[in-house]
Ligand binder design. Structure first.
Ligand SMILES: Cc1cc2nc3c(=O)[nH]c(=O)nc-3n(C[C@H](O)[C@H](O)[C@H](O)COP(=O)(O)OP(=O)(O)OC[C@H]3O[C@@H](n4cnc5c(N)ncnc54)[C@H](O)[C@@H]3O)c2cc1C
Length: 460
């Protein structure tokens, strides 16, 4: 216990008692995230409504060496927002104002707790587009996505959060408020500090506001669905198609097991007999989209697809993408514990990675199902297990280790988008040279000398 009655009194004074939770039942909801194998109880949960309150909370926490774990919506898949050291959970959900949408300069400034989908709905009214689309966008917050450097299917053509981040207002561990970056598209003024905080998983600073760049909404979109008889051919098809000069906005893979679970939960028109499907979206000017869609159809057939078709209308296209978005819930809903990984390799290594994942599953006798953002080499092999069965869980963890080893041997990385958090911290030493890990730790000390921000994450 690091939080005394006196500190609770002072926190109540900063935030007002309607923004402070202390009962065990209330705290329970903040003890987990979207992973199914981690939990940790906070001692208190706070809901700041402005940056000044965050600053005062951090100053108090720092003075008393109280751990602070920031939480957006808790949808991350790496254990990132779990308060494993107890202390304070600082939840940004009440900081949900869109401060500015500047349609002339194509920028926006939002508070950390704005939900990505709410933001996109506002942008759509002005025909504007913010591409990074983690498939949790119905709940995920802008602050959480900055902290995880999230991306999604649109990553293939448009990149991820870091490619849009121009500036931020952040609060350092000491409570100091800093304005970093600018509103300009270009900026080379000293080190790029917003970029350093982006992807730092709540360990360097609390992001209170972010300024990001926007794009005009594409004029047209078309979805193409390609059916394959085996998952390796589907993976190999991706690089064959992209190497022919077409640049789809999205190229997503779903395997047969996941297709079936999605269709059982909500029939959305996916072909249940397909061993794997690739889902593409083309976007841009009407004529270009129609030409590129036809080209993708042809290239898919050439790459071994048994059936390929363009979505007949917007409703069918929306259904396919809803199905894709349901992937993780279909997996988590059908296994007591799922280890959802996000290894990423250079795109031409995808078939080999898939081959190795299959062999690892067979060798360790565990079920591994796979979907992912195949277009940017980012697969989600998910190992179905049960944490309450130690023998099976050990085989599942061994499989995780072997999948990471395979990705690293193929010049890949152990996380393309979910971050390290708790889930992958024991593998970090295999994934980064020791000097680089030392550099990470030194940077952490500069930002957070007492180590109060999200302790226990990224490294052991
Ligand atoms: C169904 C599903 C699909 C997903 N699909 C994708 C996907 O396609 N691509 C992808 O990249 N990710 C995906 N994710 C995971 C993704 O990382 C998170 O959904 C999202 O980035 C986290 O947002 P959040 O608001 O829930 O943050 P949280 O989960 O609350 O927090 C995530 C991390 O950020 C820190 N943090 C939160 N807010 C702040 C802040 N204001 N300042 C500093 N640190 C902060 C937390 O401490 C934690 O370490 C998916 C998750 C789910 C459940």
């Amino acid at each position: 216990m690091t939080i005394t009655k006196d500190i609770i009194k002072r926190l109540n004074k900063i935030l007002g008692d309607k923004s402070v939770l202390v009962s065990r039942t209330d705290l329970m909801s903040f003890s987990y995230d979207a992973t199914s194998n981690w939990q940790g109880m906070p001692e208190i949960v706070l809901f700041p409504t402005d940056i000044k309150q965050i600053s005062e909370v951090l100053a108090l926490a720092n003075e008393n060496s109280i751990p602070v774990t920031v939480r957006g919506a808790g949808t991350n898949l790496s254990g990132g927002s779990i308060p494993v050291s107890g202390g304070i959970v600082l939840c940004t959900s009440r900081m949900n104002r869109i401060i500015e949408i500047d349609a002339v300069n194509f920028t926006a400034t939002v508070e950390a707790g704005v939900v990505l989908n709410d933001f996109n709905m506002e942008l759509a009214k002005q025909n504007l587009f913010f591409p990074p689309d983690p498939q949790s966008y119905l709940a995920a917050t802008m602050g959480g996505c900055v902290a995880e450097n999230s991306g999604g299917p649109y990553g293939l053509k448009y990149g991820v959060f870091k490619h849009y981040l121009l500036g931020m207002k952040a609060v350092l561990a000491t409570g100091e408020i800093v304005s970093l970056g600018a509103k300009t598209i270009k900026n080379v003024t000293g080190y790029d500090l917003p970029l350093l905080i982006c992807g730092s998983e709540g360990t360097l600073a609390v992001v209170a506001q972010a300024t990001i760049k926007l794009l005009p909404m594409p004029e047209a979109r078309q979805t193409v669905l390609a059916v394959f008889n085996d998952v390796i051919t589907a993976n190999a098809a991706v690089s064959k198609i992209l190497s022919r000069g077409v640049r789809p906005a999205k190229a997503e893979l779903i395997d047969n097991w996941i297709i079936r679970r999605i269709e059982e939960a909500a029939p959305l028109g996916l072909p249940v007999d397909a061993e794997a499907i690739l889902l593409f979206e083309l976007d841009g000017a009407v004529e270009t989209v129609s030409m590129e869609a036809a080209k993708v159809v042809e290239l898919c057939f050439n790459a071994g697809a048994t059936d390929v078709r363009e979505a007949k209308d917007k409703k069918e296209a929306d259904n396919f993408w809803t199905a894709r978005r349901m992937g993780f819930s279909a997996i988590y809903g059908n296994a007591p514990t799922a280890l959802a990984e996000d290894v990423t390799v250079p795109m031409d290594k995808l078939p080999e990675l898939m081959e190795r994942i299959k062999r690892i599953g067979e060798k360790n006798d565990v079920m591994i199902v796979t979907m992912g953002h195949a277009g940017d080499g980012n697969l989600h092999p998910c190992i179905l297990t049960d944490k309450k069965n130690p023998e099976h869980y050990a085989r599942a963890q061994k499989s995780t280790q072997e999948i990471f080893d395979a990705a690293l041997e193929l010049n890949g990385v152990i996380s393309g988008e979910h971050g390290i958090g708790l889930e992958k911290r024991r593998y970090l030493k295999n994934a980064m040279p020791p000097e680089a890990i030392e550099l990470l730790k030194k940077i952490k000390t500069v930002f957070d000398p007492r180590g109060i921000l999200n302790p226990g994450k990224i490294w052991e």
